[in-house]
Design a protein around this ligand. Structure first.
Ligand code: AHR
Length: 316
């Protein structure tokens, strides 16, 4: 089935869908940025009506007390993990940036909706700077951590970084930078590379990511690497010089991005992303709640490269 209703789930930005043991799990940023909620359904189509269960709420103070952003749910070595970014305050720092760092929760129970979640603390990286949008993937027999972070010596908000994991909340060794905003379409409003997501196809591993400010300039870029190449060697990665998914004025779909990938039961790749259906935003786009979750099939060309297509128009 491809003709999912568009929007698919309203007011859920940075949407993440995990298919595990025959069920689909959905987690995303909520407009209040104050909690982590999970939905579960037997089919993708049933997710919008599935009840959202709040599994963690932000405390009133401390490093995880503001602006809970872009959670992901993962199952690693028999336990559940939620990665998310949070800040100690809504205030900007002396660089005019949010003060987010990355955190991990762990649940050892079989059911992540009813189980007990334990805070594992901050995922520490070599730079004490703005860090967000972590994802993880298993590749070449190792568990990897891929995220967006500000580098002290690079202008702009964030670059994409990769490191192996020692355990699901601890990096192993020194990270490498895979991408920084360099093309004009990555630097509109703000210089941003964030929201990385991983999908494999044929002989390659792909990383999609989002670029520019979170208004109609927001769009998606693509990195890729041969599946047997060493991912810790930046020169082994390729980068598209053009965005692979961008605003469609014709379809009134603005700022598509911060995607994840899932699969249909018969193994077709699905692009899960958010976009708005209007451009007039009052104030900071971050506080506009109408980045809705949307989905479309991801097609592949004869060379094994993804064709993201154009964001389809609203169906309702
Ligand atoms: O939705 C909150 C933040 O906005 C996400 O972490 C980031 O990807 C986006 O720019």
């Amino acid at each position: 089935m491809e003709n999912w209703p568009n929007p698919f789930i309203e007011q859920r930005a940075d949407p993440f869908i995990l298919r595990h043991d025959g069920s689909y799990y959905f987690i995303a940023s909520v407009p209040e940025y104050d909690r982590l909620e999970i939905r579960r359904a037997a089919t993708l189509e049933a997710l919008p009506a599935a009840g959202a269960v709040t599994v963690w709420r932000k405390p009133d103070s401390g490093p995880m007390s503001e602006l809970i952003w872009a959670p992901e749910l993962h199952h690693i070595n028999g336990k559940w993990y939620i990665y998310f970014a949070a800040a100690p305050t809504r205030a900007l720092d002396d660089l005019g940036m949010f003060q987010h760092r990355m955190f991990a929760l762990e649940c050892a129970d079989s059911d992540p909706l009813s189980g007990t979640w334990h805070e594992k603390g901050q995922v520490i990286t070599p730079f004490n700077t703005f860090a967000l949008d972590a994802t993880t993937f298993f590749h070449q027999g190792k568990q990897w951590y891929l995220w967006a972070q500000k580098a002290p010596d690079i202008a702009g908000n964030s670059n994409l970084w990769l490191a192996e994991l020692e355990n699901p909340w601890t990096l192993k060794g020194q990270p490498v930078m895979l991408s920084q905003p360099e093309f004009d379409w990555e630097c509109r409003g703000f210089k941003v590379n964030e929201g990385p997501a991983v999908v494999t196809h044929g002989e390659r591993l792909f990383v999609s990511y989002s670029a520019s400010a979170t208004d109609e300039n927001y769009c998606m870029g693509l990195l890729w690497i041969d599946k047997d190449a060493d991912p810790m060697v930046p020169q082994n990665w390729h980068k598209s010089s053009q965005p692979v998914f961008r605003t469609s004025y014709e379809h009134r779909q603005y700022g598509p991005g911060h995607n994840s990938f899932t699969q249909t039961p018969d193994g077709q790749d699905v692009l899960v992303y958010h976009a708005r259906n209007y451009t007039e935003i009052e104030g900071d786009p971050l506080y506009d709640p109408n980045r809705h979750t949307r989905m479309k099939l991801l097609h592949w060309d004869e060379n094994g490269m993804p064709n993201f297509g154009i964001p389809p128009a609203d169906t309702h």
